[in-house]
Design a protein around this ligand. Structure first.
Ligand SMILES: [Zn+2]
Ligand SMILES: [Zn+2]
Length: 364
């Protein structure tokens, strides 16, 4: 098909009302391509969005596309009344809204995620993409690290089904044109709701998969722990009730008071000897797990540095009570508070260094 306005070949045409002269005849409108439609209509940022996000949160995006125009866009968001932005919009260019400064944007690409957002998170400003019919939900949040959402498709392949992020993230703003010639639409014109990082991760936990860097960090911690006390994670975490996916197991957090609202916030990797909680984005090896399970620390406190002093002493007592052998070199340190603090320091050392310490190196 040919666009009545620019004459270019187009796969989809859109009706543009108004009177136009085509080959001498008078017609009440034209059939045009998506970019010509955008150019004729121009784009305005909805006033209700400007009222909610009045600061510099906007960037120029190519006409009928999702691609930001300026290369350094994450660092140069514009105010809604910026003349350069206004000129771009008047010519039919799209615009994007950027996250950061306490604003995070949840991209929900599949029905399951949309339902979880609808049922479990507070209502907030929400825009629908006319392409995928996915949602962009805008929140105020303390979320720092981005969350990627994955699911297994019908062919058993892991696919992206959305994400949540702040700085460095942009979504195409409402009223912008999709390549299919339809507009991004506001589906919920509500104020931006506050959601904590913990709440976001818990609600989205069925789709969270630990990122590679996170798994590396967890398995490094697990190796450190194993060089202190040799425990297999499967001796302290039961796989009963967990679902398997490759080398990994998913299910409810086993501590009853912690629980899981989705049945999917806990992850174990037996081959890497580590565990992870999606709600608190925290985890480690068997010693940290014993600390959490025995109630010596709360799940959200289970960072590597917590295994020191009185906490570490109680963890080692629990280890012995459970029938595991605490090596003599560790026992000698127990009770000596200064030494315990030193031991806490050791936990941040590479496993190889700890290995050497075990065999009698006093100084290193
Ligand atoms: Zn055209
Ligand atoms: Zn937790």
């Amino acid at each position: 098909m040919i666009c009545d306005k620019c004459g270019e070949e187009t796969s989809v045409r859109h009706f543009l009302p108004g009177i136009a002269k085509v080959t001498g005849q008078v017609r009440h409108g034209m059939w045009v391509c998506a970019p010509c439609l955008a150019e004729s209509c121009g784009i305005t940022i909805p006033q209700s969005l400007i009222e909610k996000l009045s600061g510099a949160h906007y960037i120029k995006v190519a006409k009928c596309e999702k691609r930001p125009i300026d290369q350094d866009w994450p660092n140069h968001p514009m105010k809604p009344d910026d003349p350069a932005l206004q000129q771009h919009l008047a010519r039919g260019g799209n615009y994007g809204v950027v996250g950061g400064n306490g604003i995070v944007i949840l991209d929900a690409d599949i029905e399951g995620v949309k339902r979880a957002v609808e049922e479990r998170l507070p209502g907030t400003y929400t825009v629908q993409s006319p392409g995928s019919l996915g949602w962009h939900a805008y929140y105020r949040s303390d979320l720092k690290d981005p969350v990627r959402l994955r699911d297994v498709d019908e062919n058993g392949k892991m696919v992206n089904v959305g994400d949540v992020q702040g700085h460095g993230k942009m979504v195409v703003g409402p009223n912008s044109f999709h390549p299919n010639g339809r507009r991004y639409e506001v589906v919920k014109d509500l104020p931006l709701a506050w959601v904590s990082a913990e709440e976001l991760r818990e609600v989205l936990s069925p789709w969270i998969v630990p990122l590679k860097a996170k798994v590396r960090e967890l398995s490094r911690q697990a190796r450190r722990e194993r060089s202190l006390v040799d425990i297999n994670i499967l001796d302290v975490v039961s796989l009963a009730g967990l679902r398997r996916s490759g080398d990994e197991y998913y299910g409810s957090h086993p501590v009853p008071s912690h629980g899981s609202s989705t049945g999917h916030n806990f992850w174990v990797n037996p081959s890497k000897n580590c565990w992870h909680c999606f709600r608190h984005d925290i985890g480690g090896g068997p010693l940290l797990w014993i600390a959490v399970e025995e109630g010596i620390v709360r799940c959200e406190e289970a960072l590597p540095g917590v295994l020191r002093g009185e906490v570490f002493k109680r963890v080692l007592e629990a280890v012995e009570r459970r029938g595991f052998k605490v090596p003599d070199f560790l026992k000698e340190k127990v009770g000596l508070e200064d030494e315990m603090i030193e031991l806490g320091g050791w936990l941040n050392l590479e496993p190889e260094v700890l290995e050497r310490l075990k065999y009698g190196y006093k100084k290193f």
